[in-house]
Write a new protein. Structure first.
Ligand SMILES: O=c1[nH]c(=O)c2[nH]c(=O)[nH]c2[nH]1
Length: 299
């Protein structure tokens, strides 16, 4: 903590400055005619020896947030081959800590929009892209001047729904409880998750695909019969467990899974036969947990 003025009881605590929502589009034009396209939204946060700015009102040595914004574009240009969103974030963080003497650490958070290459007549298009889903890929890297790098990856708004093989029963009952036990319901969520890598990964794109697939497989189970879910909590744990057991490079995974209720509808002059539902988004249950490795767990 830095000292404040003599008369005051106050002193400066933790401080940081950065730029939010820097939107970056990047196209790499490959020799074979294929274009690779990414759209990012970047947040930068710098930790730097800028106490004098808060205490004296002088800005010497400060990396202006406008400069931070420009650096997002500069580093995107410098990366001359297609790379993962994590590699972009690491390169940007490294640039800040190496370029500016007062910056001790940088946190770079990047969201990647879900643009996908389109197919026309069954063939992958050279330069055509479309967004059909809501899923946003995310990364958060922390780069320190010492050279240490922590990488977290994840996604949000992966919407999943299974129309059977879900129930919820045996919970605490009292005078406030209205919900009946059920062995048959519809389960839907919009999954948000982040995971941490032990010391980074060789191929972040490949890891992402693998982890995402493990989560989806565990949510649904096998194609014909699925897997029964006694609660969102149990399904969440099984999803995290399958990542921890199948991906040795992952240290922990945090899953946030709203329970987006599809309530039974009792149509006029008819009974509910698990066919017509009333979808709701408010209110919804919020279920979140971290699944971590037994050894080496750091959380
Ligand atoms: O899977 C569920 N978990 C809960 O914690 C919960 N609470 C609730 O009302 N319905 C459900 N479903």
């Amino acid at each position: 903590m830095s000292k404040g003025t003599k008369e005051s009881q106050a002193c400066l605590g933790r401080h940081q400055h950065g730029k939010s929502r820097v939107r970056v589009g990047r196209v790499w034009r490959m020799a074979d005619g294929k274009n690779v396209f990414r759209e990012y939204s970047v947040n930068t946060t710098l930790f730097s020896a800028m106490e004098h700015s808060y205490l004296e009102g002088t800005n010497d040595g400060m990396t202006a947030t406008d400069t931070q914004k420009n650096m997002c574009y500069f580093v995107a240009k410098q990366l001359d081959r297609p790379c993962s969103v994590e590699e972009y974030a690491i390169a940007l963080g490294r640039k800040f800590v190496s370029e500016y003497p007062l910056v001790s650490a940088a946190i770079i958070e990047v969201d990647q929009k879900p643009w996908q290459r389109v197919s026309v007549d069954g063939e992958a298009h050279n330069h055509g892209f479309a967004i059909s889903g809501t899923e946003v890929r995310m990364t958060r890297v922390e780069v320190r001047k010492s050279g240490e790098v922590d990488v977290q990856s994840g996604f949000r708004e992966l919407r999943l729904c299974k129309t059977t093989q879900s129930g919820y029963e045996g919970f605490h009952r009292d005078q406030y409880t209205l919900l009946p036990d059920t062995k048959e319901r519809l389960m839907a969520s919009s999954v948000m998750c982040t995971w941490s890598y032990f010391g980074g990964a060789q191929d972040y794109d490949m890891e992402y695909k693998k982890i995402r697939q493990k989560l989806v497989d565990a949510f649904f189970g096998t194609p014909k019969s699925g897997v029964y879910s006694p609660s969102v909590q149990k399904t969440l744990y099984e999803m995290g467990e399958s990542v921890i057991d199948g991906c040795p490079e992952v240290e922990w995974i945090m899953l946030n899974m709203p329970n987006l209720h599809f309530n039974p509808l009792h149509p006029v002059a008819s009974k509910f036969e698990h066919d017509v539902y009333f979808p709701t988004s408010e209110p919804h249950g919020t279920i979140e947990a971290v699944v971590q490795r037994r050894q080496r767990a750091r959380l």
